[in-house]
Design a protein around this ligand. Sequence first.
Ligand SMILES: [Fe+2]
Ligand SMILES: [Fe+2]
Length: 199
Amino acid sequence: MTATTALRSEHDHILTMIACLRAACVAAENGDGFDAETFQTGLDFIQNYADAWHHAKEEEHLFPALEAAGMPRDGGPIAVMLQEHVMGRSYVRKIADHLEEASHRDAVARSTVLNYTRAYANLMTGHIQKENGILFNMADQILLPEDHTRLEQAYQNAIPSGATAETGAYYEGIVATLCQQWDVDPREAASVGANFQCG
Ligand SMILES: [Fe+2]
Ligand SMILES: [Fe+2]
């Protein structure tokens, strides 16, 4: 176990949710119906698990520990990761702002939800590939054994107020349910996270 073990596992769940959302986009685009419930569930997962749960651990604990170990905050991989978190939030706001109308058959709102869901899916897939393939490998090398132990404990502080360890299990359970609905293989979906190509 290192400071990135839990985060890599969370990436697997995020990528699996992304695969379910992509399947829901394909269904909607193919005329098989806009499954508002899947998009609502996906939005809840992205806001409360991917962002408030997972990104908070990176931003409040892992990235500061990497800075303390000598990695610059500006101009390096940390800056790129932070920028992508911000970009992801802006896409999610677009989805949130249009989902209600999209649920009521508004065609423009639906296409906005689909476009931003795809944009978020593409952004986060590349983001996770970079974290898994570059940043987390660097973290595993430069952090000291005591840093790993401290970070694993500190992640508890990043859990949003009102949430508990069961909240993580709850959201991971939601992903498992959507996998059944959309016929997504979680192992295949998560394997995308290991596909980082340099250059
Ligand atoms: Fe991240
Ligand atoms: Fe991440």
